[in-house]
Design a protein around this ligand. Sequence first.
Ligand SMILES: C[S@@+](CC[C@H](N)C(=O)[O-])C[C@H]1O[C@@H](n2cnc3c(N)ncnc32)[C@H](O)[C@@H]1O
Length: 218
Amino acid sequence: MGSNLQLNNQIVEYINNHSLSLHPVQKKIIEYNEKLGDIKKMQISTSQCHFLHFIIKILNPKNILEIGTFTGLSTLTMGLAMSKESFIIALDKNYETSKVAKFFFEEANVGKKIEIMINNASTSLDKIIKSNKSFDLTFIDADKENYINYFEKSLNITNKNGFIIVDNVLWYGDVANRQKKDRLTTKIREFNSFIKKNNKVESVILPIGDGLSVCRKI
Ligand SMILES: C[S@@+](CC[C@H](N)C(=O)[O-])C[C@H]1O[C@@H](n2cnc3c(N)ncnc32)[C@H](O)[C@@H]1O
């Protein structure tokens, strides 16, 4: 069996410095989030920005759904990478952070290609399902308790060969530590087992940022 590199901050910094450069507005969002204190850790990591950029370039999804927008880093990353014909619907329940995200989308000139629905994500998803929309790619990064619910609803409106990408599936590595039995670690473990058993998708977990589950609808 091949060996795996143990990543540390020094190696991650090296990787980031030798990968894609971020767009000035992506950098502005990161600077803005820095000032928010501890909740800045909600934003996706730079290596996840790089990954999302590439997967959008490779797959060229026309309709993108995001669950969990915060101040907009992941949404903007996808919005900058997607084609001119593509569109994003972004879901978040927080009015204030959505307003900030919208400001950054407009500054990066992608505001017209992104609609933010401000409501409980489950309610917004029901509305989207009723409207008969379907998606080529969904990025899930909201409340972990609802991951299975979000995944099931999203899968129903994902086109064949479409992708669902889910953040935080390694949960700081705690999912693999048997001593950890707290509620959120347990929820993420349940989610990962649910995906493993789900025969409607094939999936891989990638150790990028806090762990991404990349699922393709069969
Ligand atoms: C981890 S953050 C998303 C980070 C974002 N993807 C980024 O890169 O900056 C999670 C977001 O989910 C939102 N959220 C949490 N529970 C929610 C719910 N029930 N419905 C809608 N949004 C929710 C929060 O308001 C928060 O903005």
